[in-house]
Every structure is written in structure tokens, then in C-alpha cells.
Design a protein around this ligand. Sequence first.
Ligand code: XAN
Length: 455
Amino acid sequence: MTIQKCVFYGTIIDTPDPLTLRVRKHHVCVVNKGRIEIIEPSASRNLDEHQDYVFIKLSESQFICPGFVDLHCHAPQYRQVGSATEVSLLEWLTKFTFPNEARCSDPSYAQDLYTKLVSRLLRNGTTTAQYFATIHLEATKILAEICQEKGQRAYIGKVCADQNSPDFYIETTDEGVRNTEEFINYVHHMQKGRDIAGTNALIHPVITPRFIPTCSINMLSQLGQLAKKYDVHIQSHIAETADQVAFVHYLYPSIGDGRDVAIFRETGLLTNKAVFAHGVYLADNEVDEMVASGSGVASCPIANFLFSKGITAIEHLRRRGLNVGLGTDIGGAYSSSMLPVVRAAVFANRTMDFVSFDRSNATLPFFPEHKDAVVDFKFAFYLATLGGARALNIDSQIGSFEVGKQFDALLIDCNKESQAFDYWNEDEMDIIFEKWVNAGDDRNITGVWVQGVKV
Ligand code: XAN
């Protein structure tokens, strides 16, 4: 991979906040050493200064937009994506998922699976992914190496589970903690090895207790100590389903109020580097506590429809100050692309309106007044880019196009012969973008860059 010096000339689209679709037509975006050097109207720029740059002129049907941040993805579950969609979470874990994840004890199986996964995600425009691997140290290292080699920005955790797991897929407390520490050191060593023009490391270790039911308090506390020692990211699941919440309370009734947030807090895992998946069943006082800690939520709307029988109240959480992004939740959900997740976030928000609709009151309009901002396509795109970056605390680096930020970007062409929708060149660029978000797919993604490198 070579660092490219590029000048993009054409339309640049991003969402600097949830309510704004920023469409900059006839602009230049100059990228050097992985970062955006200049964005300005092309009329004001003398391009002769950039003779030694690769010049990429976008056509009328093309634009660049930020790459996707998938905040929650189980790498080994790529093998089961699209299957086992009809069972409850706990049954799905025991019947399908634990046996499937256990296969990653074989490094060659993991190598093949993770190579396919990372290639697929990059092709789908996911430039940053936060991954759960498995309990296996070797396979987790393999995932890190593949992401590094293929050039995907990745936050990766060795899963920890010392209880409530089958004999063939469990570790001792000691193994889980020791191997987590070894993985942190392994990735920190990889980071030292990468120094492409001073850009930041691509791969980051994440402390990853699977979820509270599979972890003893001793394990959670030791992982909390590791998080403090190394100041690294943390990920887990939180308030995902009613039976999971009940199971946690049954296991640990006297730790705080016996719920996820209190237990993560008591074990040192509720920090500003923590991202928790789902957050469907969070009480407002728990949301406020998460806000105070600086942690974030990865909403996974497809999985929530399938498992949670509930919806992450995205705008409610965000209005209280919580950082929220989106995740595919491979393979609890069936999409390895963030585009269907973006659409599901919009549908989930609409569904909340229906649920609160009082059918007995005929005077109500069919769409009642929105108490919260509508999660529309641009809001959901924001969540899938800058919102996710904010939850990871890297929004000063990626997620939108600003001078000084790293160039993680997609080149989208909405006039491809094989695409899933038709193109009319009299459409305005914001309409073309909306059509791609709602009706397009990877066939429209003609280039993917991470840190200015075409991957
Ligand atoms: N809780 C989970 N939820 C989910 O969607 N996928 C998982 O693998 C998992 N493990 C615990």
C-alpha cells in the first residue's frame, strides 16, 4: 500500500451534525500523508501547485462521502450471517453462535473467515469497524493482522467469558485476563511497527467482556483494572433484551441495583472509552450515568428488531447527551453492509411513532407530533459516520471532511450499469445521495480510502 497524494475535484458530501446534509459541489479536496490538506471551492484554487498529485475528477453522478463506522460487529459470526433469524437471543447463542465461534480455535479456519470478512466490509464501505473476535488469542491476533494488512481501521477485542458458556467455549478467569493483556501488548507492538508518514495507528485493542452473564465479577473487575492500566477501549453488550436484563439481575442482585450499568460501573468498565451495544432497555438515570462517564452506545437496529423486541431510542438518548452510533451486529443481524442498518435506524424511529400512536383517539393525525427530531436518512448517515467516530472518541480524526482530519472516504457513482436503481442526471446531488442511501449498495462504491490509502 502506498500513501497517495490526491486531489479530488467534484462533489463532497458529509453530515457534520445529525440535521445537516452538507453538499459541497465544485470543490477540491486535497489529500496528503493521509490527511485532508485543503477543501475549498475549485474556482479559488490554482491546481498547478499540485502537479505531482493523483488528480481524480468526479463526474456528475459521482461524489465522495465519509467511510462507514461499524461500531459493533462479531467477526466470527460472519460465517452465520443471514441464518438463524427466528430464535431468541439466549437460544441463538447456545444453539448456533457458541458452536460457530468455537471453530476459531483453528487458526486456519479463522484466517480464511476473517480474510473474507474484512474484504467484504471494505467492499461495503466500512472503513472503521469495532470487532468482537472470540475467546481465542491466536485467532484474535490473526484478525488484527488481516485488518492491518488490508488497511481497515479496526478496534478489536478478544472476547472474555468464564461462566455460563458451554464446556467447549469457555476460559478460566485467569486465561481470559492474561490473554487480554497479551493481546493489548501485541497490538501496541504492531502499532509501533506502523509509521506511515506519521499517521495514527490503524489497529487498536479493546477490552471485551462478552456480556455480564458470561463473566464473573472477578473477571469483570480484573478487566476493569486492565482498562485503567492501559487506558484502552472497552466494549460489551448492555440492556439488550428483557431476559438478558432479568438474567443479570438473577446473577448479581446486590451489585448496585443488579443491572448492567451499575455492574459495569462497579467493576471499572464504565469509562469514556467504552461502547456498549444495543442499550434498548436503559432507564433514564442509567443513560445519565453513561453520559457522565462519557461512554457510548452502538445501536444495532436490525438485531434489535430480531432479538430485542424493542428499539434503541436514538434521539432520546442523544438529546440526553449520550454518544450514539450504529452497528451491523454481524451475525445477530443479516447485513454486512451499513446501508441496511442506516435504513433500519430510520424505520425503527418511525416505529416508535406508531407504537405511541393512540388508535382510540380518532382526532390524532396519523403521524403524531414528533417530540424528538426525526431520524431521517441524513441523521442515520451521520450516526453511521461521525456519530460512530464520536462514540469511539475519534471524531477529531474521522467521520466527516474537515481540514486536518484523516481521509477515510468512499467514492460513490450513482450511474453504474449494474446498480439497483436508476439514475436521472437532472436530479440534484442531495437527491442522488438520498437515493443511494435508501436504494443503493456496494455496486455504487467505486473506491474506498482509509488514511488516504486506497484499499
Ligand atoms: N449478547 C449478544 N448479543 C448479540 O447480538 N450477539 C452476541 O453475540 C451476543 N453475546 C451476548
